[in-house]
Design a protein around this ligand. Structure first.
Ligand code: DP6
Length: 334
């Protein structure tokens, strides 16, 4: 996919799905280029989607960002503008950008929207600014907005390579299997709404700087990444689930041991984790993962998703359930 340059284009619209990592990214080796300390593996997830329109109107001045129907907050707009500055520099543009973005999942649900958000923005803005891209360079651009956004450019089962180049040119994500490769599902429980206490960026930097378990987590990741890729290719859900649960718990162990310690789980998260293990003892294939927030996410085969959703809904404190399945990569939209 080479995004064609259209001389008349000053507007573009793009859409991208969220993703959930089964081998976690949690640490940077370079903050300037937003480079990860280790590789990671994720599934791009429908129906969780961001759609973003970008208009380059040739006017100088501050960018204008709408989130849903309202003007976005100052910190949100500032983060978008910092990302757009990188693209403007590449394109030799001084124009402000008007961005209109919306998620089809509740932002208040505390699900990470930065991955789908920066993936959709990277695609729409590079197109509108006429920056030529390849799938790899587009993923690397999205990475500059938010690391996990690199993984929302490709579809299906995705690996983000740690890379070793100082400028990050070899740190991009690519699909290792298309969405139709394997009928799995992620059943997501909403265990809390409202803003989270610690952003993933802050949490991973503090963990890197202060946790005695950070190095062990990073050093073990390459092994689990290779094993997880094999599990995806072999459609071995027991192996992938076991690695996913381990990677998540190892990440949370590292954050817990930071100074001050970072505890993303709430009582509902912990209850869900215990339940998932009980379901496994009952013979149901279900494995737990959790990111930089309290929402439990359960990996299972698509055939078991309804049963898991009904069970997860019964966990005290679970407010809502979203069932997601492997989805397509980012695309330009009408
Ligand atoms: C726990 O991609 O949000 O979800 O690169 O600083 O924007 P920045 O971090 P972000 O971190 C995601 C962390 C995670 C694990 C993962 O998605 O791999």
């Amino acid at each position: 996919m080479n995004i064609a340059c259209d001389i008349a284009t000053t507007r573009a619209s793009a859409t991208a799905c969220a993703n959930v990592a089964l081998v976690k990214y949690f640490g940077k080796r370079c903050e300037t280029y937003n480079l990860p300390a280790a590789g990671s593996l994720s599934v791009t997830l429908q129906p969780l989607r961001t759609t973003t329109q970008v208009a380059i109107d040739g006017q100088p001045g501050d960018d204008v960002v709408y989130l849903g129907d309202a003007l976005a907050s100052v910190p949100f707009t500032a983060r978008v503008s910092r990302f757009l500055d990188l693209l403007r520099q590449e394109a030799g543009s001084t124009s402000r950008v008007v961005v209109t973005t919306s998620n089809n999942f509740p932002t208040a649900a505390g699900l990470a929207s930065s991955a789908s958000g920066f993936a959709a923005l990277a695609l729409a803005a590079t197109h509108a600014l006429r920056i030529p891209t390849t799938p790899q360079s587009l993923s690397a651009w999205a990475r500059r907005g938010s690391g996990s956004a690199a993984r929302s450019i490709p579809g299906g089962f995705v690996v983000w390579h740690a890379g070793s180049a100082p400028d990050g040119s070899d740190s991009f994500a690519e699909s290792i299997a298309p969405p139709g490769h394997w009928d799995i599902a992620l059943v997501i429980g909403i265990a809390a709404t409202g803003p989270k206490a610690d952003s993933s960026t802050l949490a991973m930097n503090r963990t890197r700087d202060t946790s005695p378990y950070y190095r062990a987590f990073i050093d073990s990741t390459a092994h689990w990444l290779a094993e997880a890729q094999q599990a995806v290719h072999a459609r071995d859900i027991e192996k992938l689930g076991d690695i996913a649960e381990h990677s998540a718990l190892a990440m949370h162990a590292a954050t817990l041991a930071a100074r001050p310690g970072i505890l993303f789980f709430n009582p509902t998260t912990t209850a869900a984790l215990h339940q998932v293990r009980q379901w496994r003892r009952d013979g149901i294939g279900a494995w737990f993962t959790c990111d930089a927030g309290p929402q439990p996410k359960v990996l299972c085969s698509a055939a078991d998703a309804q049963e898991i959703a009904e069970r997860l809904r019964q966990v005290p404190g679970i407010q809502d359930i979203i069932t997601a399945t492997p989805g397509d990569g980012a695309t330009l939209s009408g």
